[in-house]
Design a protein around this ligand. Sequence first.
Ligand code: XBP
Ligand code: MG
Length: 252
Amino acid sequence: MTLKAVLFDVDGTLADTERDGHRVAFNLAFAEAGLDWNWDVALYGKLLAVTGGKERIKFFLQDFHRDFPKPADLDGFAANLHKTKTKFYTQLMADGAVPLRPGVERLIEELRAADIRLGIATTTTPANVTALLTHTLGEHSLDWFEVIAAGDIIPAKKPGADIYHWALGRMNLTFRDAVALEDSQNGVKSAVAAGLTTLVTYNDYTLEDDFTGAKAVLSDLGEPHKAIEQRRICPFNEPYVTLETLRNLLLV
Ligand code: XBP
Ligand code: MG
C-alpha cells in the first residue's frame, strides 16, 4: 500500500476551534437573537457529543433546556440561529481568533512538496472551512485541497462514515490509499468505519474520548523544535509526525 492522500478533519484537528471559535460564535448568535442562553466551556464539552451546529442546538433544547417553549418550526429556528452563528464564526476567523495546531502547517507543506493529495472531511459548514484556511494558510490554500467535504452535503454526519466515503469517492481513491487525521471519538468512528488508517491528535475537549480503532493517538503532531508531548498509542519513534510517519502508519 502506498500513501496517496491525507484526509484532514477540521475542528479540533487543524485548529482548536471549538472552545474559542464555535462556542463563542454560538453565544454571540444567541445574544443577537435575544436569547439568554450561555454555552460555557463545560456545557459545550457535553454538547460536542452531537456533531453539526444545527443538530447541536436541537440537542441542547432537547436534553439541557426542556423548559424552553418548543418553536413550531424547530428546524427553521435552528437553521436561522445557525446562520447567524456562522456569520460570527467567520468573523472570528477573520480576526485570527484561533491559530493552527502545532505541526499542521509544516506537515501540509511537506505533503504538498511530495505531491501527496489533500482532502478535507468535516461536519462543519463550508464557509467555516474557507474562513479558517484563508486566514491561517492564506487565500490560495483552498486550492491545495482537492476535495472539501463539509457540512450538509452528507445528511448523516460523523460518526457516520459517509463523509469519508464521499471524499474518497470524489478523489477516486480507496481507504487503502489514504490516512485520516482526526481529534475526536465521533471523528475516529467515522474514519475507522470507512476503513481508513487514522491518526489522532486529541485536545482538551477530546482527551477522554474513546479512540478505538485509531492507529496512533498523540497529543499533537509535534514540531522539529518541540517534540510530540504525549503518545498514548504510537507505533513510531520520530519526535514529530512527518510524511514518512504517515507512510509507515499505513503499513502498520
Ligand atoms: C466539528 C463539528 C461541527 C462544529 C460546528 O466538525 O461537529 O459541528 O462543531 O460547526 P469536525 P457547524 O470535527 O468534523 O471538523 O456549526 O458549522 O456545524
Ligand atoms: Mg474534529
